[in-house]
Design a protein around this ligand. Sequence first.
Ligand code: GTQ
Length: 350
Amino acid sequence: MAEALANDQSRQLDHLYDELKPHSLYPLWTVLSALVPPEPASGALPWAWDYGPMRDYLLRAGDLISAEQAERRVLILENPGLPGTSGITTSLYAGLQLILPGEVAPCHRHAQSALRFVLEGEGAFTAVDGEKAIMHPFDLVLTPGGQWHDHGNHTGRPMIWLDGLDIPTVRAFDAGFAEKLGASAHPETVPPGDTGARYGRNLRPVKGTAADRRPAHQPLFHYPYADWRPSLDALAQSGLPDPHFGHALEFLNPADGGAIMATISAHVRLLPAGFETRPRRSTDGTIFVVVEGDGEAEIAGRTVTLQERMVFVVPSWKELRLRAGRDLVLFAYSDRTSQEKLNLFKEHCA
Ligand code: GTQ
């Protein structure tokens, strides 16, 4: 009797669901636990990309299409758990960009904020609002949302870097605008290094004076390896590593002492040879680049052997443990600052 009733209920509910569909209505109770999960259950997978094969494919693309033709000649590192999204996590994007000798990537600006982390080449530039940042391996260069940027390579060698953008975040808000300058390069406004001298040394031009020329909320855009690497060494020599991070330094926006950009946080860390971190998980899915050394990352039980210039991703709430073989230096970026602003960020350190 009870079974007959249950069957009848389930049949009637199925009829109801069929009738609801064409009206764009959907029963919450069939999807509630997926919509409001007890804890993050990211569809993104822990994943790693070796540099060598990515580089080979990118250079092949370089033979087939120019940077000018492509506008941006980039191979997207799409998370295999997020097909069709172009995301490496649910909120962030990663791509490998190539500029060959003599090429330009034409000037444009967009709502999306981008970071560039240089992997190979020396002396090509990213220009922001007409000021060139001359790029060296493992420099961090920002092109914050709304600022004009173009890239060019007047050197004799290919230049390759990792692009980190907030494309999926901007898409989630449906807030994307973009425009092209029309000229391939922005007219040069000031000599290279001008912003570093004005805003990068715990100084700034006095507010309201003509010398204060950069956008107030986001003045700095070049964080050279030659600056951050010695700082990391000095930190490592002066104390014990944090059990979950090792020796870690975050890149800051000097305008407010906060994360480098509104939607992206970034840091570097050094794990001394033989050091092993304690397990940690956090809600900010994080993209890592191996700068130096070797070792292993254990991500939710899956072991990745680390090699220089490898890119790997730790999705939200997946446990990470790192082991350094030789001294291990990593660059990392995530949406931590977005989550902190939205009161969503959580971490658990075991
Ligand atoms: O250099 O502006 O990898 O707009 C993806 C979108 C790079 C860029 C990307 C972009 C750019």
